[in-house]
Design a protein around this ligand. Structure first.
Ligand code: F6P
Length: 511
C-alpha cells in the first residue's frame, strides 16, 4: 500500500467509518456521512491530518462499495481510489454476531449497566459462537492495520476476516519512526493485543467512548471473556477514557479481575511485563463547525417552522438516538409529572423529543422505540387540548431539525442512565440563541465538566427530574444566559482535534 512507508501516518480504527453507502432505486451507490459521536469526533481530525481510517462495511451497499474500490480504499467522502479510508468487507454473519450480539447486546449492556438481571445475560453455547465471530472481526481489523503499517503478514484483511485467528507473525520494525494506531471503542477491544503481536514496534492507543463498568457488574461476563477483553486493551501502550470515573473503573477491573499490577498515582497498569498508560481525554464539540452548519438555510427554515409551532411557549428539548441508555421513558414520565404537579405549565410549554432511529436489528431497541411512542401518545391524549399539543415526538433522523431545536431550546433535557460523555449536552449550549438551561444526568461523562452550571439529576428519580424541569423553566433570563454562556465555554474547550492530539501526545510521551 502506498501509505505504508509513511512513518508518521496515523492509523485510526473504528467500527463505523466516516462514510456509508446506500443503494439508489437506479441501482447506483450513494454516499452518506457516517453518524454517531465517534465519527463526528474523528471526522474533523481526519480532514486535517494524514490518516488512514480502517472501518467495517456495515451494510450490503457498503460491502459493494468496498469490493468495487481497489483494495477497499476510498477517500474520506467515499470516492473509490482514495487513500484515507479502508472499508473492510467482513462476512455478514461474522459482522452480525460481532456487532449486534457481542458489541451491542453484551459489552454495551455491561458498560451501561442495562441488563434486566433476572432474565439476562445468558452466556451459553450460542454466546461462545458469537464470541468466536467477535475475535474474527477484531482479527480482521488487526490484520488490516498491520498491513497498513507496512508489515508483511502474508494475508489480506478481507481474506482473513472469517478465520478468527490472527497469524502469529511479527514484522520487522519499520523505517521513519514508529507508526501510531488509535483504535476506537468497545467493538475493538481485542484488536490492540492482536495488533501488538503482529507488529511489536507499533505505538498503540485504545480509546473507550462508553462508560466502563465497575468490577461487580463487569464480573457478569464469563471469567475468561472478561479477562480477554481487559488483556486485549492492555495490548495498547495507552488506554484512553472520557472521564476519570470510567478510567478508575477500568483500573479497578484490571486489578480485581485480571490481577494486573496497577499504579493509581501514575495512572498505569502493568500486565504481562507491558506498561499501559491510562489517560482521561474529554471530548468536546467542534463549536466553529456547529455554528457554521446551524446558520445554513435548511436549519433556519426548520427553526422558523418550530418557532411558529411553539407560538411563544417555552420549549423543553431532548435529542437522542432511540437508545436504551438514554432513558427517554423516564424523561417523558418526568414531563408528565411536571404537568401534574405544576399545572401552571399546561398550555405554556411544549416538549420536543427528537429520538432518531438506532440499532433496529436488535429487538430490544425496536420494543423500546415502540414504548417511547406509546408513552408520548398517552401524554398527548391526557393533557392535549384543541389549542395545545404538549409533546412532539419525532423518531426520524433530521440533523438540520435537531440543530434548529438546539437554537430554540429554553431547557435541554439530557438524562441518560449512563453515558460515556454525551455530546448533546455540549452541542445544545453552544447553539442556543438565548442561552438554555441544562438538566443533566449525574451519570453522563459530561457531568464532570458541566455540573457547575447545569441542574444535576439522578436519572432514576422521575420526581426529581420533574422538579429540575420546573426549576429550569423558572430560571430568570439573565441567570439562564449566564449559565448558558458558561456551559458553552466548557463545551467548546476541548474540540475533537485537541482530544485527538492529547492522545497522540500521551502515546509519544508516556508519563
Ligand atoms: O461509543 C458510543 C458510540 O460508538 C458512538 O459513536 C455513538 O454514539 C454510538 O455508539 C454509535 O452506535 P452505532 O454505531 O451502533 O450506531
Amino acid at each position: 500500500m502506498g501509505h505504508a512507508s509513511a512513518g508518521r501516518r496515523i492509523l485510526i480504527a473504528s467500527n463505523r467509518g466516516p462514510v456509508s453507502f446506500t443503494l439508489g432505486d437506479d441501482g447506483r451507490l450513494r454516499t452518506r456521512r457516517g453518524g454517531g459521536g465517534v465519527v463526528s469526533g474523528l471526522s474533523s481530525v481526519a480532514a486535517q491530518a494524514d490518516v488512514l481510517w480502517v472501518c467495517a462495511a456495515l451494510s450490503d451497499a457498503d460491502r459493494a462499495a468496498a469490493r468495487d474500490a481497489p483494495g477497499g480504499l476510498l477517500s474520506l467522502d467515499g470516492a473509490a481510489g482514495g487513500s484515507a479510508v479502508r472499508m473492510l468487507d467482513i462476512p455478514p454473519t461474522v459482522f452480525h454476531r460481532a456487532y449486534n450480539s457481542v458489541a451491542n447486546s453484551t459489552l454495551w449492556f455491561v458498560h451501561h449497566m442495562l441488563y434486566d438481571t433476572p432474565n439476562r445475560p445468558h452466556f451459553g453455547l450460542a454466546f461462545r459462537r458469537e464470541w468466536e465471530s467477535f475475535r474474527a472481526y477484531n482479527s480482521a481489523f488487526a490484520e488490516a492495520l498491520a498491513a497498513a503499517a507496512g508489515a508483511s503478514i502474508g494475508a489480506t484483511a478481507a481474506g482473513a476476516a472469517g478465520t478468527g485467528a490472527a497469524p502469529a507473525r511479527a514484522a520487522a520494525p519499520e523505517r521513519g519512526g514508529p507508526v501510531r494506531a488509535v483504535i476506537q471503542d468497545y467493538h475493538l477491544t481485542l484488536a490492540p493485543r492482536m495488533l501488538a503481536e503482529l507488529r511489536p514496534g507499533i505505538r498503540l492507543a485504545h480509546f473507550s467512548h462508553t462508560p466502563w463498568a465497575p468490577p461487580d457488574y463487569y464480573r457478569m461476563l464469563p471469567d475468561d471473556i472478561g479477562r480477554e477483553v481487559l488483556d486485549g486493551i492492555l495490548g495498547a501502550d495507552h488506554a484512553g477514557f472520557l472521564c476519570q470515573r470510567w478510567a478508575d473503573a477500568f483500573i479497578d477491573c484490571c486489578e480485581h479481575i485480571l490481577g494486573a499490577e496497577v499504579d493509581r498515582a501514575r495512572q498505569r497498569v502493568v500486565h504481562r511485563g507491558h506498561v499501559t498508560g491510562i489517560g482521561v481525554h474529554a471530548l468536546g464539540a467542534d463549536a466553529d463547525e456547529l455554528i457554521r452548519r446551524a446558520a445554513e438555510p435548511d436549519v433556519q427554515a426548520r427553526a422558523a417552522a418550530l418557532a411558529e409551532a411553539a407560538g411563544g411557549r417555552k420549549l423543553i428539548v431532548r435529542i437522542d438516538r432511540t437508545e436504551l441508555s438514554k432513558n427517554i421513558i423516564r424523561g417523558l414520565a418526568a414531563y408528565r409529572e411536571l404537568l401534574v404537579t405544576h399545572p401552571e405549565w399546561r398550555g405554556q410549554v411544549i416538549h420536543l423529543a427528537f429520538a432518531y432511529p438506532s440499532r433496529h436489528d436488535l429487538p430490544e431497541y425496536r420494543e423500546y422505540t415502540a414504548c417511547v411512542q406509546r408513552l408520548a401518545l398517552e401524554i398527548s391524549d391526557e393533557f392535549g387540548t384543541d389549542e395545545w399539543d404538549p409533546l412532539t415526538l419525532q423518531v426520524n433522523d433530521d440533523y438540520a431539525r435537531s440543530l434548529a431545536a438546539y437554537r430554540l431550546a429554553d431547557v435541554l433535557l439530557v438524562n441518560p442512565i449512563r453515558d460515556g460523555m454525551n455530546l448533546v449536552a455540549k452541542e445544545g449550549p453552544i447553539l442556543s440563541d438565548r442561552g438554555c438551561a441544562l438538566v443533566l444526568s449525574r451519570e453522563a461523562g459530561a457531568a464532570a465538566e458541566l455540573s457547575a452550571d447545569a441542574l444535576m439529576i439522578n436519572p432514576y428519580d422521575v420526581t426529581g427530574t420533574a422538579e429540575a424541569l420546573h426549576q429550569a423553566l423558572m430560571m430568570t433570563d439573565s441567570e439562564r444566559r449566564r449559565r448558558g454562556a458558561s456551559l458553552a465555554r466548557a463545551a467548546a474547550a476541548l474540540p475533537p482535534t485537541r482530544w485527538f492530539a492529547d492522545q497522540l501526545a500521551a502515546l509519544d510521551h508516556p508519563a
